[in-house]
Ligand binder design. Structure first.
Ligand SMILES: O=C(O)CC1=NCN=C1
Ligand SMILES: [Zn+2]
Length: 426
């Protein structure tokens, strides 16, 4: 078949390459080394980055083929790798703005959940929904992600809580991965909540997750990771560890929702099981931080949830300085973080978690890629990487965090194809 024409993105004011970060996530001062090339250009062929360097160097090598290439002028604007969101609950139906209003009238997230709302409510709606409705509602959220510069996301199940409905969610995510430009990496999260009917016997539900759900999911190959909501009133550290160790036996890499609402040793569980990431960490202990840094567990921070639940923010500064590789995510879900704007999450990283504009960019690209085991394919602009690129209506990377609350995405390129132009889907 005829290969598509080469694509040349020319003359970026700042080309953020993040080169040299494919082997392992960035820690400490490395998170501030963005590999910026002034007046940079990118040569793309067959959906891959061939060269990302100064305009002069790229033209020296490819100038004789300029006439056969499609040229996009960056005209001095900022060019970065496509953003990566390593933690979403993408596949669900419905919304919970009434619970949002209840919380603003004094109710708490856990009170609402204990009364049968929250996750249980979205679970009932998702169990009742067909695959077409789940697909259609999730497709719209993927368009929002793409318009905000996000080119790869992780998507969890966890609103099914039965074998049948968990597999339904994972099938929808798999089909969306085929049909939509945004790449999707899937996580099984049967251990998202203890269904109300097992509230008096949670260990029976843990047994169902381990003995019935995990083998069924593993057999389909529809999930790469296994995640658990380790939280007071949900799954204990002991139950979480059993579920994650069982997932490893089926080849599913562990992730964990850790220390989100109460300090609960979730980070310590992550270090013990060798989790790829521990997520939330608003209440993580110093010992948990030390163990995560020691084991290279990526700390995925979700300031959208802290913002939306009016809770305290994770101490990113402390984790970065302690050597934990930090990533950022929207935690897109209908209850605690209903947003697809990873750029807004980056603003919160700066304004509420003590991160610098360079660190939040590393956290929403290469470190997020490592949090979903994709550090070799995406998250930086280097030869051989997938050609996922964003041209921003901004002169430099600091401007992204300075001009907040609006969408500054101009063009998104996914595997070498223009999929957003002038901020609109094409
Ligand atoms: O509230 C939800 O639907 C999702 C959630 N899981 C753990 N925290 C929030
Ligand atoms: Zn979550």
């Amino acid at each position: 078949t005829k290969q598509p024409k080469p694509l040349l993105i020319r003359r970026a004011g700042q080309l953020v390459t993040l080169k040299g970060s494919s082997e392992r996530p960035l820690i400490k001062g490395q998170m501030r080394e963005l590999g910026i090339v002034e007046n940079g250009s990118v040569w793309i062929e067959d959906g891959k980055i061939i060269m990302a360097d100064t305009d002069e160097a790229v033209l020296n090598r490819f100038g004789d083929r300029l006439s056969e290439a499609t040229v996009i002028e960056a005209n001095g604007r900022l060019v970065t790798p496509g953003l990566v969101d390593p933690h979403t609950h993408l596949v669900f139906v419905g919304s919970r703005e009434d619970e949002f209003e209840m919380r603003l009238n004094g109710a708490t997230y856990m009170e609402i959940m204990a009364a049968g709302g929250g996750i249980h409510r979205t679970t009932r709606a998702t169990q009742a929904a067909g695959e077409e409705e789940l697909y259609r509602e999730s497709y719209k959220r993927l368009d929002q992600f793409l318009k905000h510069g996000v080119t790869t996301i992780e998507a969890k199940s966890g609103y099914g809580l039965t074998v049948e409905h968990e597999l339904k969610q994972l099938r929808v995510a798999s089909q969306l991965n085929k049909d939509h430009p945004v790449d999707i990496v899937s996580t099984f999260m049967g251990a998202h909540a203890v269904p109300l009917e097992y509230r008096d016997n949670p260990d029976e539900f843990v047994r169902i997750v381990i003995e019935e759900m995990l083998p069924a999911v593993a057999e389909t190959g529809l999930a790469e990771f296994n995640d658990v909501f380790c939280e007071k009133g949900v799954f204990t550290p002991e139950q979480s560890e059993r579920i994650l160790e069982a997932g490893k036996r089926y080849g599913l890499k562990p992730k964990i929702h850790a220390d989100e609402i109460e300090p609960y040793q979730g980070a310590e569980v992550a270090a013990r099981v060798g989790a790829v990431s521990a997520d939330h960490l608003l209440r993580v202990s110093d010992e948990g931080i030390r163990q995560m840094a020691d084991k290279g567990v990526v700390g995925v921070l979700l300031p959208g949830t802290a913002f939306f639940l009016m809770a305290e923010f994770a101490n990113a500064r402390k984790m970065i300085d302690a050597g934990v590789p930090v990533a950022l995510s929207t935690d897109r879900n209908p209850g605690s973080s209903p947003t697809e704007s990873l750029p807004l999450i980056m603003n919160l990283g700066c304004l509420k978690m003590g991160m610098t504009p360079a660190e939040v960019l590393a956290a929403a690209t290469i470190n997020a890629a490592h949090a979903i085991s994709r550090g070799h394919e995406i998250g930086s602009l280097e030869p051989g990487k997938q050609a996922d690129v964003v041209i921003w209506d901004a002169p430099n990377y600091a401007y992204l965090q300075y001009h907040f609350g609006v969408n500054l995405v101009d063009t998104v390129i996914k595997r070498g194809q223009v999929v957003v132009k002038g901020g609109q889907r094409v």
